[in-house]
Design a protein. Sequence first.
Length: 410
Amino acid sequence: MIGKRPLLVFCALLLSAAAGCATARPNQTERLGKLLFFDTRLSTPPGQSCAACHMPEAGWTGPDSKINAAGAVYPGAVHTRFGNRKPPSAAYAAASPVLHYDKEEKLFVGGNFWDGRATGEILGNPAADQSMGPFLNPVEQNNSDEKAVVDKVCTSEYATLFRDVYGKRICGDVTKAYRAIALAIAAFEASSEVNPFSSKFDVFYENTRKAGLDVEDIDERNRKDFGGLGLDDGELEGLALFNTRGKCSACHVLEPGPGGTPPLFTDFTYDNLGFPRNGRNPWYGMPAGFNPEGAQWVDKGLGGFLATRKDWEGHADANMGKHKVPTLRNVDRKSSPDLVKAYGHNGYFKSLKEIVRFYNRRDGKPAAWPPPEVEKNVNTAELGDLRLTDREEDAIVAFLKTLTDGTMRR
Ligand code: HEC
Ligand code: HEC
């Protein structure tokens, strides 16, 4: 958990660098959201907080090497129950807009979850809609109903803070109180503590702006102009490739985030990259009551969600197998140097090198990877045969490692 003090230290070091530092002191709602996020009482049986699957020190995702190295799906509060996906980062996700269909671009943008089903339509905020899910999900925190969660919050040590923020009578209205809990968590997820913009890249980013340069322009010819601003030569080469032949920035964008923050490395759109299924996903073995399709289950992503919506079912086919473009911030952040991390919606990939190699050579012959989990809609225009050398793959990985928050302390 990041305490208040280290954050202030980052800010002092960053000087004017981080967009978030002006509001570094958390407000009451954010403080409440943090207490909720880390409260292990809010599960049945008690013991599992949101942080169990979204640990800050592991980049706000799962902190267990053994799990990450295998199915990459975390057990719920009832330890024999599993969901079906890898936890994405809970940081830098709150800026996602309400899920909508962009008619001009002809694609879906926004929402939370790999498949966008936390649309934001209920509370006007995908992160808040998302927060209403895990508490009641039987394969996650497993509370019986909203009232069970509200009762726990209203008898907690921070119940007074809850009433201070949402009004003296909030505990008397279960629906309102449950939504208030979700909104507080979303406020924490949007706070400068969760989104500190304190990586090596962020220092470099600020320096480039001061020097009148724009990272969106960087390429393999002009990258020397960006030297001496905080990234070393290899990292700069990686960034240049990220923005040119690697094509990464087509989806993990380098433009400022909503509200003018430094880049979030996602445009909140959806794509099917043809990642193979992860055969070790424990969901395949879950009882039929949870997973009626058993080992035949296929993760349809956004298309699967759209098919459940009368207003959007016509778009389902074109979006089968697509998953949300995740932020790349903190992809290499580790709670200990030997932590194994998992990448992609099903955690198939276990290192940054592996995943970059897949982007580079997916379509090579003979095929080096199993077939895509969903054959439909696989993107062949922006990845699969990038013709990067082994050394260039390494440069991209070196760049991805500069996206770890807190490295400012060095
Ligand atoms: C048992 C593990 C587990 C617990 C507990 C858990 N999550 Fe998650 N979280 C996940 C998984 C898995 C996903 C992806 C699910 C999906 O896409 O279907 C996810 C997705 C998310 C996302 C979406 C991020 C994005 O980019 O779309 C956010 C935000 C999040 N969780 C926050 C929370 C909060 C807040 C809590 C507590 C109320 C919580 N999680 C509890 C596993 C967990
Ligand atoms: C066409 C859009 C697109 C392009 C181009 C692209 N990505 Fe991605 N990236 C995605 C999507 C979508 C996912 C999630 C896919 C899934 O899980 O099925 C993803 C996932 C990732 C992940 C896993 C993150 C996590 O938290 O699990 C990494 C790392 C990554 N991309 C890095 C890169 C790099 C490096 C490049 C360039 C070589 C790149 N991406 C190019 C869309 C893209």
